[in-house]
Design a protein around this ligand. Structure first.
Ligand SMILES: NC(=O)C1=CN([C@@H]2O[C@H](COP(=O)(O)OP(=O)(O)OC[C@H]3O[C@@H](n4cnc5c(N)ncnc54)[C@H](OP(=O)(O)O)[C@@H]3O)[C@@H](O)[C@H]2O)C=CC1
Ligand SMILES: N[C@@H](CC(=O)OP(=O)(O)O)C(=O)O
Length: 339
């Protein structure tokens, strides 16, 4: 068992980490960190548990510590659910102190030596860990993408063998993506908000790095363009998106690519039996309420495949799009013997 900790353990994504790690076969959750407001108190006393799964009582006794490497003794790996403005310096401090960091925050995603990984899409990008270690650093940082980006690239993975240059995407994103306090009920009820700060830019840049090629010590971006339009809708969990890809192949070949798709990795505990579920028959799927918990929240569902090529993709934003993505990255790190 590898001893692990969670940074930002009391937050929306931090709670998902705790849920996923409370009973993990490879990782022992020993340490929970949050802000100085929470430090020093038992987790069970201060966390406002917002998930609809039972609170893991075995974790409740753990005393919350301040967010600093010196407070996290005997931890080899931390999962970061810190706000991005805090994560920038804090994650660097942890990596410099010899601790591996699997981060869900956006701060370091686009740095050239930091892997931005979805295990089913670009597992080989973990090679950038060696580039970080070449600088003399004992620890390292590995990031997972923005929650909308991850659904889009995972849904595109079966289509990579076809040529495309232009991806257009319109998202319908759940309110949990903004955190518990992020969107007022009065703002979102009976409404759609056609703006999510920096989300479109993230989809347009992160996807090119993830689907790019690791050449030597750097990633060469994928040669296509993404145009995104992002919208908040009154759904609690599950980001849905309509995607257009300029693939000229016959629809039957695209359909077969989804039916035959096998991801390049297997054997990771958090990986679902199906990374991509393809709805071939049902014309009204995927739907967030019905499909977000497929594969314990880790499956990306794809449906409504039409000429164009057009399809709809959907996945759970705080599991596959956040904490689950980081845990899957950590499992890949262990499998590839970086830890
Ligand atoms: N919500 C989502 O679906 C997604 C979120 N993300 C990203 O994940 C990260 C966390 O988001 P979310 O969980 O929604 O945020 P929350 O606001 O719910 O939680 C923030 C956490 O960080 C802690 N924290 C705040 N300030 C500090 C500080 N100065 N020092 C140490 N810890 C601090 C808080 O502790 P305390 O309780 O003590 O204040 C809390 O545990 C963000 O970077 C976000 O962009 C990514 C993808 C999806
Ligand atoms: N902005 C995303 C959530 C998020 O925090 O993304 P990021 O990890 O890129 O900061 C959403 O609303 O749904």
């Amino acid at each position: 068992m590898i001893n692990v900790g969670v940074l930002g353990a009391t937050g929306a994504v931090g709670q998902r980490f705790v849920e996923l790690l409370a009973d993990h076969p490879w990782f022992k959750l020993t340490t929970l960190a949050a802000s100085d407001r929470s430090a020093g108190k038992p987790y069970g006393k201060i966390v406002k548990w917002r998930l609809d799964t039972p609170f893991p009582e075995n974790i409740g006794k753990i005393k919350v510590v301040p967010t600093s490497p010196s407070a996290m003794k005997n931890v080899d790996l931390v999962f970061s659910a810190l706000p991005a403005d805090i994560a920038t310096a804090t994650e660097t401090e942890f990596a410099d102190a010899g601790i591996a960091v699997c981060s869900n925050a956006s701060s370091h995603r686009m740095e050239p030596t930091i892997p931005l990984v979805v295990p089913e899409v670009n597992p080989e990008h973990l090679g950038l860990i060696d580039v970080q270690k070449d600088t003399g650093r004992d620890g390292f940082i590995v990031t997972n993408p923005n929650c909308s980006t991850i659904m889009m690239v995972t849904a595109l993975a079966p289509l990579r063998k076809f040529k495309f240059t232009d991806i257009r995407v319109a998202t319908m994103q759940a309110i949990s993506g903004a955190g518990f306090e992020g969107v007022a009920a009065m703002a979102i009820y009976d409404n759609v908000i056609p703006y999510i700060g920096k989300e479109e830019e993230k989809m347009e840049t992160e996807a090119l790095k993830i689907m790019g090629t690791l050449k030597g010590k750097k990633v060469v971006n994928a040669p296509f363009k993404v145009s995104a339009s992002c919208h908040r809708v009154p759904v609690i969990d599950g980001h849905t998106m309509a995607v257009w890809a300029d693939i000229k192949e016959p629809l039957a070949k695209i359909r077969k690519a989804y039916m035959d798709y096998k991801p390049p990795i297997k054997g990771l505990p958090t990986q679902p039996a199906e990374s991509v579920h393809f709805f071939d028959e049902e014309p009204d799927r995927p739907q967030p309420r019905l499909d977000r918990m497929r594969g314990r929240g880790m499956t990306v569902s794809v449906g409504r495949l039409r000429e164009g090529v057009r399809f709809v993709a959907m996945g759970h934003n705080t599991i596959r799009g956040a904490a689950g993505a980081s845990v899957l990255n950590a499992e890949l790190i262990v499998k590839k013997k970086y830890l």
